[in-house]
Ligand binder design. Structure first.
Ligand code: SAM
Length: 423
């Protein structure tokens, strides 16, 4: 493949753009016009080798897309023309399957389905003309190749996706638990709280503790960072099926990344615990598959009772139980005669027909947070707690005043990562 520079777009969750720009800068040294922070992602100028490296190493990008065409458009004919002009045959063969995904923001077109169809037709027709009547088939479930179209108010962009499965799928998670965070969001929390400094490719030298760790997403991301392991070391990528793919080049990039890993495990400073022992087992198995079992310590236990796991203050980082269907378990939930609040049970509720059920759940949640804050004040002086939650009343429930507030989107849900300084 020619080393000519491409324009890449790396989409990310809302609120993560600046952290992603820092991460790409740290990984590549790019800056200025070669690394632009946009809404919903960053635009990068780079070659094919960079595409491979970013897929392998980025913890914050959702995908790595290569821009193949961009032009003003007014209707579906313009989209068809734009897509017909792309040399798709340089990227894949008519024996491979593909699908087209389309995103839009303020597009004047009435039917996005029809727009998607026209892009798909243009790709297929181009192959039919170029390859003697043979055209690639469509596969919407497991395509070899994903084409991405984005429609703005006046401009259309066409990309080829080099990632395939979104990058939050690191390849190590088999045990999910009930409400796992996306790995990309866990990494964004680590950057937002400052424990991970992506621009410097460094982690802070203080303990990190998630006392409601669930399946272990936050602690596994943290431990991989501490060990210098690549985010995508255990997965495959769509670029492996694209024509420019060169296995020798890819192996060299993988080898280079592996050489950066720490051979010696650092003294353990990443800790997780959860009241549900089933979740701790999940987290342990996930940690083993992620190659970090030696760098993280996982325990069972109630967040309202566990004492600091380290002998010096550090960072508490968590997404606590929240929402209608998940309530706090452990001592704050005991004695209510409700299955969900019994110690050690995972508090996932089915519909409770009693009229006072929701109020009881909210009160139990309040009690959990009041007791959590009291426990932290008594035992965690000097620690900094960061909690991700969509609940605007969380500081009131904790009866603590936050000292920072970072907006982060969890899919379509607007959350805030709140910082509390424990004295
Ligand atoms: C929203 S989930 C966290 C998900 C986790 N970040 C992950 O990625 O899997 C909240 C977790 O809090 C745990 N939990 C509920 N009450 C608890 C308590 N009193 N002490 C410790 N953990 C608790 C639940 O078992 C659940 O795993």
């Amino acid at each position: 493949m020619t080393p000519m520079p491409f324009t890449l777009f790396l989409p990310c969750a809302g609120g993560v753009e600046n952290f992603l720009a820092d991460e790409v800068h740290g990984l590549t040294g790019l800056a200025g016009e070669d690394l632009l922070t946009l809404r919903g992602g960053v635009r990068v100028r780079g070659d094919w080798a960079l595409v491979l490296r970013l897929n392998l190493l980025s913890r914050l990008a959702q995908r790595v897309l290569i821009e193949l065409a961009a032009a003003p458009y007014r209707d579906e004919h313009d989209l068809y023309r734009l897509a017909s002009g792309v040399a798709w045959e340089d990227w894949f063969t008519p024996r491979q399957s593909f699908r087209v995904d389309l995103t839009a923001q303020a597009s004047p077109l009435r039917s996005l389905n029809f727009a998607t169809l026209r892009v798909k037709d243009a790709v297929a027709d181009r192959f039919r003309q170029q390859a003697g009547g043979v055209r690639p088939s469509i596969d919407t479930h497991a395509p070899d190749v994903r084409v991405q179209a984005h429609l703005g108010a006046e401009r259309a962009l066409l990309y080829i996706d080099t990632s395939g499965e979104p990058l939050f799928k690191r390849g190590w998670r088999q045990d999910k638990g009930d409400a796992p965070l996306k790995e990309t969001l866990a990494a964004a929390m680590l950057a937002a709280c400052g424990w991970w400094q992506p621009a410097e490719r460094r982690v802070a030298g203080v303990p990190l503790y998630d006392p409601c760790c669930g399946s272990g997403t936050i602690v596994i991301e943290a431990a991989q960072l501490a060990l210098g392991l690549p985010a995508g070391g255990q997965r495959r990528f769509a670029f492996e099926r694209l024509r420019p793919f060169d296995a020798a080049q890819w192996h060299a990039i993988q080898k280079e990344a592996a050489a950066e890993a720490r051979v010696e495990a650092p003294p353990i400073q990443v800790f997780g615990s959860d009241v549900a022992h089933r979740m701790v087992d999940f987290a342990q198995r996930n940690a083993e598959r992620a190659g970090v079992a030696r760098a993280v310590q996982l325990r069972g236990g109630d967040a309202l009772q566990r004492l600091p796991p380290a002998d010096r203050p550090g960072v508490l980082l968590m997404n606590p139980p929240y929402g209608e269907r998940i309530a706090a378990a452990g001592v704050a939930g005991q004695g209510r005669g409700r299955e969900a609040f019994q110690s050690g049970t995972l508090a996932r509720q089915r519909h409770d027909p009693r009229p006072d059920a929701d109020a009881a759940e909210i009160n139990a949640g309040d009690e959990f947070f009041t007791r959590l804050a009291a426990h932290w004040k008594a035992h965690y002086a000097g620690w900094t707690a960061w909690l991700l939650s969509p609940d605007p009343k969380l500081p009131a429930r904790l009866r603590l005043k936050e000292t920072r507030r970072v907006p982060l989107w969890n899919g379509p849900i607007e959350c805030r990562l709140l910082r509390f300084d424990l004295r």
